[in-house]
Design a protein around this ligand. Structure first.
Ligand SMILES: [Zn+2]
Length: 542
């Protein structure tokens, strides 16, 4: 979902989040009028390369910009045309698309020979420039060697190493950094306020962690949460879109390991599973946090390597760095890496993580490990004492198993026929009753309607209603016996005849539609393309 990203794309330099060093340098060049003619923006996707490229194009061409300042007015014809993506002199080309590669000669090289039509500068923004063919690079190189005074090239790439050295050396180069957590959270808060949606800070932090420093991804996730249509979003609502895991849970697990508390560690893990934690993400987070602790042990500076480290997390990292030894951390990372491979295939989802804990906790009990971890005299004496008896995992596991058994017995046995038989349902009737169905479901369950509102009926197979969902996570959730039974119950009541539910995952891997603005595009076509792109989950570039 790119709508929020498009809607809130910064229109002024002061609105840009992160990339401070780049922002300041570019602004100074614009203010002094000493502008390079070729820029190279490199860095991962969704962190502001195109946004800054457009700002450069806007500032240099703004008719009303006061000399010695860099902010564009945002109102003159030139500013508006660039914002709307149909300026005749600002050409945006996506080299990753076939069209981009084919058109490079005519749309760039030939066009660069002519003066700008309406503006002071002709600006070429070439995205994913590393995708150009050798022929296209050679043609581009010639132009870059002696660029006309009225031309500015802004090349952007996610894979700098694939660019010919000859191209790199002719550009002023900027390496874009991932945006840090605090900046992303601040930005998301601004958007939520603008949209008049109340949202927990914790949720915003989770989005920021998940998006790994990519602002566009963060705004995309926020958009998915907003599309549930809820005005107040807590962790509970967000968990439907955002598979849960956060560093506080991870820190807790590491703490159990330091305390050699296998029993509570296993109970804690099982509680997380009940709450619907994403086990793969949790495992990755355990590995990542252990890695950061290990790096901090080796050098204080290294621990800050991750974009995700804020003050609070840094404190946790320092705390653990004092407790764990290097071999212990290596063992933790190895164990979780090994068990991560089994996660998808395990029929008891949390079993691999339980195995990891059982492997690790006796290990930390060994007297040698304790001595390595801390060097206080009282603990060094441990070495001379007989080795403590290892806690065996058996009683704990069987205790947990008994708990589960009891739970199972309490639950009434639910019977669901898996094969839809009987006269087929009417799809028209289902579509007609869909809103009624959503209301009915609301009576039974709080979270189910939120998922269903983001889904739609797509067909009928016998007595089964096929419901299409957008996210694999929703498919899993709806396929859970409890959720499916509720949905089937509601559907049966609404239709007045027995109905089953089949959940299918929608394909949103649509091609990105590329628009090269060689000619002014009428707004109506623009809207049509936008609508089309939105319907196929793509986005319009240009
Ligand atoms: Zn302007």
């Amino acid at each position: 979902m790119s709508t929020l990203y498009r809607k809130y794309r910064p229109k002024l330099w002061s609105e840009v989040v992160g990339q401070n060093h780049i922002k300041l340098t570019l602004q100074r060049e614009i203010e002094t009028g000493r502008l390079a003619h070729a820029f190279l923006f490199s860095g991962s996707r969704g962190i502001g390369k195109t946004t800054l490229a457009r700002l450069v194009a806007k500032s240099v061409n703004c008719i009303k910009r006061t000399p010695d300042t860099s902010e564009p007015c945002g109102e003159c014809d030139s500013c508006r045309e660039i914002t709307e993506g149909h300026s005749i002199d600002v050409l945006e080309i996506d080299a990753a698309s076939h069209t981009g590669v084919d058109n490079v000669r005519e749309s760039i090289i030939d066009s660069a020979r002519f003066l700008p039509t309406k503006n002071k500068f002709k600006v070429f923004i070439i995205d994913e420039v590393h995708m150009l063919s050798t022929g296209a690079f050679n043609a581009l190189l010639k132009t870059l060697e002696e660029p006309p005074a009225y031309v500015i090239f802004i090349l952007a790439t996610t894979e700098l190493q694939k660019l010919p050295e000859t191209i790199i050396s002719r550009c002023q180069r900027f390496d874009f950094k991932k945006v840090n957590i605090e900046d992303i959270v601040k930005r998301l808060r601004t958007i939520a306020d603008e949209e008049k949606i109340k949202i927990d800070k914790k949720v915003l932090e989770q989005i920021a962690y998940r998006s790994e420093g990519g602002l566009r991804d963060a705004e995309g996730l926020l958009g998915q949460i907003f599309s549930m249509g809820v005005k107040e979003i807590t962790e509970k609502e967000a968990s439907l879109v955002l598979p849960r895991s956060d560093f506080s849970a991870v820190a807790k697990i590491l703490e159990f390991i330091t305390q050699k508390n296998l029993k509570d560690a296993l109970i804690f893990l099982n509680n997380l599973v009940e709450e619907g934690v994403d086990l793969i993400k949790l495992t990755e987070d355990i590995i990542e946090l252990s890695r950061l602790i290990l790096l901090t042990k080796l050098s204080n500076e290294l621990g800050k390597l991750s974009f995700a480290v804020d003050e609070k997390l840094l404190k946790e990292i320092m705390k653990f760095a004092k407790i764990f030894s290097v071999p212990q951390l290596m063992k933790i990372i190895e164990t979780f890496l090994e068990q991560k491979r089994h996660l998808r295939a395990s029929h008891v989802p949390q079993l691999p993580l339980e195995m990891a804990l059982v492997t690790l906790i006796p290990e930390t009990l060994s007297p040698i490990a304790i001595v390595e971890a801390t060097f206080t005299p009282s603990q060094q004496q441990v070495q001379s004492e007989p080795a403590p008896i290892h806690v065996t995992s058996k009683p704990v596991l069987s205790e947990l198993e008994t708990k589960k058994e009891e739970k199972k017995i309490e639950k009434p046995i639910e019977v669901t026929a898996s094969e839809p038989t009987g006269a087929p349902l009417s799809f028209d009737k289902i579509k007609e009753k869909w809103d009624h169905f959503l209301k009915k479901v609301q009576e039974y369950n709080h979270s189910l309607p939120l998922i269903l509102r983001m889904s739609q009926p797509v067909g009928v197979r016998g007595r089964a209603v096929q419901i299409c969902v957008k996210y694999a996570f929703h498919q899993d959730k709806l396929s859970e016996l409890k959720m499916r039974s509720l949905a089937e119950k509601a559907m049966t009541e609404v239709l007045g005849e027995t109905a089953f539910i089949e959940v299918v995952l929608g394909d949103d891997k649509a091609p990105v539609i590329v628009q090269i603005a060689t000619e002014p595009v009428a707004p109506s076509t623009d809207t049509l393309v936008n609508d089309l792109a939105a319907a196929f989950g793509g986005q319009v570039v240009g």
